[in-house]
Design a protein around this ligand. Structure first.
Ligand SMILES: [Zn+2]
Ligand SMILES: [Zn+2]
Length: 99
């Protein structure tokens, strides 16, 4: 074993490898596995973007596509039912439907 700092030979002192030159001790026995699995942040940060709307089955009057994004918007007062908007996943056509 050699000193990681200065490269001198390490001597055994009380079961501990210590550098004979600079006193640097090799952390023997305390060497923790450096292979700590770094938490994959990319997975944890998968927040749903607000722009992404859920899809539903709805027929687009423009292109006939049967799938559309949808979201609801509370228009004007709370007394009125929210308006549901659809956006064709194919052509981007947007239409509304009163619930
Ligand atoms: Zn040393
Ligand atoms: Zn369409």
């Amino acid at each position: 074993m050699f000193c990681p700092k200065c490269g001198s030979i390490l001597v055994n002192k009380k079961g501990k490898l210590v550098c004979s030159s600079c006193g640097e001790s090799a952390k023997q026995g305390k060497i923790k596995e450096s292979g700590k699995k770094t938490t994959k942040k990319s997975v944890a940060v998968m927040k749903e973007e607000p722009e992404v709307h859920p899809k539903t089955r709805a027929e687009c009057s423009k292109c006939g596509n049967k799938e559309a994004f949808f979201w609801t918007v509370q228009t004007r007062s709370a007394d009125e039912p929210p308006t549901r908007f659809y956006k064709c996943t194919k052509c981007g056509h947007i239409w509304r439907e009163y619930s």
